[in-house]
Design a binder for this molecule. Structure first.
Ligand code: MN
Length: 292
């Protein structure tokens, strides 16, 4: 086993609004060298850094839109997001909760600030990650994993160093609550003061972290601060993160899906023909129906 070191650290790109409710910094695929191929299976990462929304009578958000060919993973750190989709499902993602939506063959949905959050206003902080699907699953049945924070397995680090919240994959003896279509590790790591946590992923996996709160030191050498993203080299397996004051860090690592990517807007397939097919199916109403 050898050390896995940081390849580059990115400050948050200029934010933009998705609809009128989500102010996000797009790290993948817009940011710098983090294109879909480099980060596969993590093909998009929108990070809503902490942002205050004043009270609003009308819930802000993003209206009805389609997805095909991948999964959307929404993690709420602060605030509360509501969603509705064309399969008739709906729900609320509260603080610490995760929504893992497999769009696969196609779904329509809308994402809004939850009603009560809208009425009172408050701070929103969230991540939306798009996880690619292997070709053989891109046209499978859409499904949901609505994961509350209580359902997620947690590994207690020795010496009160903190907690690894295992969303997917495994850490220590704890298995992730989410099921995935390709090997993925996704953790929220909560470090206490002077806490340290070790990690080991296969060298070839695409691996990265995003600092949600606080400041960390990676491998005792490189500092990564709040709202910054660090990409790891595809060399070596092991790294550790430590924090003097305490920190919250999202860690992702996944096996590269070595298949061509054809992407346009909300569709991520393998060929241009499949993208054209997605547009055609969408226009023909094959993604179902959802009221605005
Ligand atoms: Mn969406």
């Amino acid at each position: 086993m050898s050390k896995k070191n940081i390849e580059l650290v990115l400050s948050p790109p200029e934010p933009h609004f998705v609809g009128d409710g989500f102010r996000v910094h797009n790290f993948i695929p817009g940011g710098y060298r983090l294109d879909m191929e480099r980060m596969n299976p993590f093909i998009l990462l929108d990070y809503g850094a902490k942002f205050y929304f004043p009270p609003s009578d009308r819930p802000l958000g993003v209206g009805v839109h389609p997805h095909r060919g991948f999964e959307t993973v929404t993690i709420a750190y602060k605030g509360s997001v509501a969603h509705h989709d064309s399969t008739g499902q709906s729900g609320v993602i509260g603080e610490g909760d995760i929504q893992w939506m497999t769009a696969a063959s196609g779904i329509l949905h809308k994402e809004y600030h939850e009603k009560e959050f809208s009425r009172i206003g408050g701070e929103m902080q969230m991540v939306q990650l798009w996880v690619n699907l292997p070709a053989k699953f891109k046209m499978s049945q859409p499904k949901y994993q609505s994961i509350t924070k209580e359902q997620i397995g947690k590994f207690s680090l020795p010496e009160d160093a903190g907690t690894v919240v295992v969303i997917a994959g495994e850490y220590g003896n704890i298995a992730g609550v989410a099921t995935t279509f390709s090997p993925i590790h996704l953790f929220n790591v909560i470090l206490n003061k002077n806490g340290i946590a070790p990690f080991s992923f296969p060298a070839a996996y695409n691996s990265a972290l995003l600092v949600i709160e606080g400041k960390i030191t990676v491998n005792g050498a490189e500092e990564v601060t709040t709202d910054h993203f660090a990409l790891f080299q595809n060399e070596g397996e092991e790294f550790d993160i430590a924090s003097e004051e305490g920190a919250t860090v999202l860690i992702m690592s996944g096996e590269d899906i070595q298949e061509p990517i054809a992407a346009h807007g909300p569709f991520v397939m393998n060929t241009r023909q499949e993208i054209l097919q997605a547009f055609e199916d969408y226009q023909k109403g094959k993604f179902g129906y959802l009221k605005d």
